[in-house]
Ligand binder design. Structure first.
Ligand SMILES: *Cc1c(COP(=O)(O)O)cnc(C)c1O
Length: 414
């Protein structure tokens, strides 16, 4: 492939891109259950309009050329802080849950370095169910990551967590909820442990931040998981998951300005003059800040509550339907609309493949036991009956055919 000698017209480019897209997963039909969080066309237009308007802006200039980006970002942080138990929380918009987690862990490492000047070989203690981004952070910052096991309820084993702490531990991690099982770690106990041992606790609410607060307002028994727990130092909160923002929008939230300050990058000795960034990025898209602000204001509390109600009802119906299919069972007690289910009598991945043959894209998880994983969004609400019908047929086919899975897990593969 070479750069074309003469440029293509807009029409030709769009026609070509549409052809390229033709074999991608049909996420807008409600038949894909990971990587995309869909609502409807109207919501995409709101994102697109806000993004387009700000497409040439640069968040690196939020303090100088583009003060509106700083204001919009502050609004978004304020909204998230109010939802997550601390209206005075500070933070930044990042490119995703992974970058938010990097920032939380950087703050933790710098805090411990300040408190323990001779610190060598830093460590962090993480549930085995926590997102791979924590291992990424560990590799980037030179921290040894210790992964501890779960209880039979698929939440972190607090005894193992406490036992893994050493005087080199810079961070503890809990997920509210984790991705594989949708279960919430014992955040209150983690907070108590973090305070008692004077260690930074990062609450990973990538999935839960824009879901759990609304579920609680609908009367669901959501335990404290956020800044309402005094031991929680930082929170990752993805706008591009249940905030329904565009891909590439997440938040890192800090309990206070000092915790945020420790995560910042500062180089005063650059020949061009002092250079400071609050996140891993240098230039960052103001367009993403604008679209994040736009989507939160587009839905408002009523919109998120309405979608939460619909997703909750669809999830309950789906889980009850799954458990009525012979052999199938939901794992643990998922807190929201993210969960895994397994089969007692067949290879669940083979059922996943039989579902793929019926056009459903479902994540085959390498959990113990193996599971299929569903992330329910508003786009799935109308397809619950179809999904259950095909799942019953796929489960029957695999059970009667004695079929084993032919392919591996299907997430994050390149
Ligand atoms: C998605 C996810 C992340 C990471 O998010 P990216 O936006 O994909 O980088 C972190 N934690 C949990 C629990 C997640 O589900």
């Amino acid at each position: 492939m070479q750069l074309p000698r003469s440029g293509m017209s807009r029409q030709d480019i769009m026609a070509r891109l549409k052809r390229e897209m033709a074999e991608d997963a049909p996420w807008d039909k409600g038949k894909t259950f990971f990587l995309v969080y869909g609502v409807d066309d109207d919501h995409i237009e709101v994102l697109r309009d806000a993004h387009s308007l700000y497409i040439q802006t640069n968040g690196l200039g939020a303090g100088t050329m583009f003060p509106s980006i700083a204001r919009l970002e502050a609004d978004v942080i304020g909204i998230a802080g109010e939802l997550l138990g601390l209206p005075t929380a500070v933070g930044n918009i990042t490119s995703g849950g992974t970058e938010s987690i990097l920032m939380g862990i950087r703050s933790a490492l710098e805090r411990t370095r300040a408190e323990k000047p001779g610190l060598t070989a830093p460590e962090m203690v993480v549930p085995v169910s926590a997102h791979p981004a924590f291992q990424k952070a560990a590799q980037v910052f030179g921290i040894k990551e210790i992964r501890v096991p779960l209880t039979k309820d698929y939440v972190v084993d607090m005894k193992a967590m406490a036992a893994a702490i050493t005087d080199r531990t810079v961070a503890l991690v809990g997920s509210a909820p984790n991705y594989p099982f949708g279960t919430i770690d014992p955040m209150k106990e983690l907070s108590d442990l973090a305070l008692a041992r004077k260690i930074h606790l990062h609450a990973d609410c990538a999935v839960g931040a824009f879901a759990l607060p609304f579920l609680r307002r609908l009367g669901e028994p959501i335990p404290p998981f956020d800044f309402s727990l005094p031991g929680v130092s930082t929170i990752s909160a993805d706008i591009h998951k249940y905030g329904f923002g565009e891909r590439g929008s997440s938040l890192i939230l800090y309990r206070d300005a000092a915790t945020q300050e420790r995560a910042k990058f500062i180089l005063d000795a650059w020949s061009a003059g002092p250079y400071r960034t609050p996140t891993m990025a240098g230039s960052r898209p103001g367009a993403v800040v604008a679209s994040a602000w736009a989507i939160l204001h587009h839905f408002g509390e009523e919109g998120y509550l309405r979608m939460t109600r619909a997703m909750l009802d669809a999830t309950r119906k789906l889980q009850a339907g799954i458990e009525r299919i012979p052999g199938l069972r939901v794992l643990g007690k998922p807190a929201m609309y993210v969960f895994g289910f397994t089969s007692e009598d067949s290879d669940i991945w083979a059922i996943g493949e039989a579902m793929a043959e019926r056009g459903w894209h479902i994540h085959r998880q390498a959990t113990e036991p193996r599971t299929l994983h569903l992330v329910i969004t508003p786009i799935h609400v109308p397809v619950v009956d179809d999904l259950l019908r095909d799942l019953a047929a796929a489960a029957k086919e695999v059970r009667e055919g004695g079929r084993d899975a032919r392919r591996g897990s299907n997430y994050g593969a390149h």
